[in-house]
Design a protein around this ligand. Structure first.
Ligand code: GLA
Length: 666
């Protein structure tokens, strides 16, 4: 038994004395005094702090996130918790806590750097405290809130809308006054993985892009993406000479005409339940990837374990899971198909790059992928070594490009990696050089190869990626190594003016379902993203006209993951022929609104709630430059919500999205 202030033994004595001395009639004040006497201090740091999330590193007991003495605006604190935006902690108070108090602010360890954050405290959906934006160096703010009757408390730290750099956040001297049950850190409440999208009907529906770019006379392969019950029969009218259709599989193959021009086809799919027809234009000319590429990449699940067999299985799964019926078509191998540094020789006597033992026959592999009506992609670096330490194309650029074409690849991811050792400096000329070189070589090949620049956004690649021959370019570092898809998505979102048909900003892959741990190139596990976050992720990528490249385990696609990846109306927003990347209408800490003009005059809008609580959000017609009555359709549920004038308001789930499309009512 201790005599620590607030300890049970001390309280017991006080209660006894009070009860004996106070006369009847003073019951109320007596109760108040008893309560006050019973109250006990519980430090936030004594709870299970591992349950507080941290946007960088992890939450630390009694110290800053970098393990220094807690310090805000020059004042030191001996108690508290240090964390980093974005951070959240749920605490079960069991209605027994009376008050919560703390001093909050940016920790002085960021020393001159521009950290800015907001602290919020919520009690059962009610905001109890909002610090407003707090910057590095500012004095701590005092939090002191009444918790009477509150069941669940949420402590939140946001990045104040400017990214999480240097957002070291302190909950100093944070404590509860409690009577009775002890507060307990909780797991973030789990959402049910609700499947929002109705399954496709048995009748045919043709999906995928409406336009497709091919260079004159080049080989063409296209599996008409159509949902509906099999067997299905396909027909195409106006098929240009040189192309043929397999009416059972719906795969078009052959070579497109040597003449530039637009060939407007009509695709038809029929089965016992009905038929569907849709126009599809093959644009023979200079521009490939008229809509963002869709497919799968091996990196985030197979890493250096990748094999020929994995690639074939991915192709099988793309068809069998139905993904191909929604337009997914590229089956792309990432790093690690070539020889490693220690495994000389890397090339044959003619300079042709050699594969490692896990890829015995590349041509047979691409033939297999093509036999399904899909396309094959490959990866290499312009430097001497790839990022994972396998051989790169340096001084063999032409050999490699020709080899890739001979093997039958249709897509190349060209990853900067060790080219940093070759480049003289980081001038624009040096950054562009390897990509310009490869872009030029690819144009001389006898097959189309879509070029994906991977150099993490250096030199504002969005401004010149298209000029050097790229069709899409990563705008950021690796998503798998980043704390959140939202952060990567937001940096990509800013470059919306630069996207257009044949030129896409690439925020990296869709990492949901069964995916590997990027930090350790680990085996797969089920994503830790909540269902709401997964809907938000796919909506954001589609509104940004991003390449839709899934990079999880294709042989373990569950129903929920497929429902997120395969909603025809959401994908239609991504694949729209106008090729606009959604622009940012609103961006605050809690809210993001993206809006995209569609070719048919409709507007696609995403209302993203980045907060821990559901919130009402609205989009005003004036922000979209429109007036009058619009039919609003919920794209995830594929259901009309109603007709609205002036604005639409809806309740958006925490960390979730409402994705809608507005059609003018004439
Ligand atoms: C870089 C890229 C990743 C992946 C790896 C492979 O990190 O950004 O997407 O290709 O290299 O080593």
């Amino acid at each position: 038994m201790s005599f620590k202030p607030g300890g049970y033994y001390v309280r017991g004595v006080v209660i006894l004395v009070v009860a004996v001395l106070l006369p009847a009639g003073c019951a109320d004040s007596q109760a108040a005094k008893v309560a006050a006497a019973q109250s006990e201090t519980v430090w936030l740091s004594s709870l299970e702090v591992a349950k507080m999330s941290s946007g960088w590193g992890k939450a630390v007991v009694g110290k800053s996130v970098q393990n220094q003495e807690l310090s805000i605006g020059g004042k030191k604190f001996t108690e508290g918790v240090g964390t980093h935006a974005n951070s959240v902690m749920y605490i079960d108070l069991k209605r027994a806590a009376k008050r919560f108090s703390a001093y909050v602010g940016v920790d002085d360890e960021v020393d001159g750097n521009i950290g800015s954050i907001t602290f919020k405290v919520f009690g059962d959906d009610r905001e109890l405290f909002d610090s407003g934006i707090m910057k590095a160096g500012e004095a701590a703010q005092k939090v002191d809130v009444d918790l009477s009757g509150v069941k669940t408390l949420i402590l939140l730290v946001n990045s104040a809308g400017d990214g999480i750099n240097y957002d070291h956040a302190d909950w100093a001297q944070a404590k509860f006054e409690v009577v009775g049950a002890q507060p307990k850190a909780m797991d973030r409440p789990k959402e049910k993985a609700v499947i929002l999208t109705p399954s496709p009907g048995p009748e045919p529906r043709i999906n995928g892009p409406k336009v497709f770019g091919v260079r004159p006379g080049r080989p063409f392969i296209y599996r008409i993406p159509a949902t509906g019950k099999r067997p299905m029969t396909f027909a195409v009218s106006n098929l240009p000479e040189g192309l043929k259709l397999d009416s059972q599989s719906g795969i078009i193959t052959g070579n497109v005409p040597g003449q530039s021009g637009e060939y407007v086809l009509s695709l038809k799919a029929s089965n016992g339940h009905g038929s569907a027809e849709r126009a599809f234009t093959i644009v023979v000319g200079d521009t490939l990837a008229l809509t963002p590429p869709m497919g799968w990449n091996s990196w985030y699940i197979h890493y250096n374990r990748v094999t020929d067999q994995n690639m074939r299985e991915a192709a099988d799964a793309m068809v069998e899971s139905g993904m191909a019926d929604f337009g997914y078509m590229y089956v792309n191998i990432d790093d690690c198909w070539m020889k490693k540094k220690q495994d000389e020789p890397y090339r044959d006597e003619n300079g042709a790059v050699l594969t490692n033992a896990k890829f015995p026959d590349m041509k047979a592999m691409t033939d297999y992928i093509h036999s399904k009506g899909l396309r094959a992609g490959i990866y290499i670096s312009p430097g001497p070594w790839t990022c994972a330490g396998y051989v790169g194309s340096y001084q063999h650029e032409k050999d490699d490009a020709w080899k890739f074409a001979e093997w039958g690849f249709d897509f190349l991811k060209y990853d900067w990696c060790s080219y940093g050792q070759i480049a003289k400096d980081r001038s624009l000329a040096e950054l562009q050089k390897p990509y310009q070189q490869m872009g030029d070589i690819l144009k001389t090949l006898d097959r189309d190869v879509v070029l994906n620049l991977c150099q993490y956004g250096m030199g504002e690649v969005w401004k010149w990626g298209g000029q050097v021959g790229g069709h899409c370019w990563r705008t950021t570092g690796d998503l798998g190594l980043s704390p959140s898809f939202m952060q990567i998505g937001l940096s990509n979102a800013r470059h919306y003016e630069y996207a257009q048909p044949g030129r896409w900003n690439d925020p990296d892959y869709i990492l949901i379902g069964w995916v590997g741990d990027a930090h350790q190139m680990g085996e797969g596990q089920l994503t830790t993203l909540s269902p709401n976050e997964q809907y938000a992720y796919m909506s954001m990528w589609s509104l940004m006209a991003a390449p839709l490249i899934y990079s999880g385990e294709m042989t373990k696609l569950d129903e929920f993951t497929l429902n997120v990846l395969c909603n025809a109306e959401v994908i239609e927003v991504d694949q729209d022929s106008l090729g606009q990347q959604g622009r940012i209408i609103t961006q605050t800490d809690e809210e993001l609104i993206l809006a995209k003009d569609m070719e048919d005059g409709s507007k696609a809008v995403g209302l993203f709630n980045n907060d821990e609580l559901d919130r009402k959000m609205s989009i005003k017609w004036s922000d979209l430059g429109i007036k009058g009555k619009y039919r609003v359709r919920d794209l995830w549920r594929q259901k009309d919500i109603g007709e609205f004038t002036d604005q639409y308001e809806g309740k958006v789930s925490r960390r979730g999205v409402i994705m809608i499309r507005l059609f003018p009512v004439r």
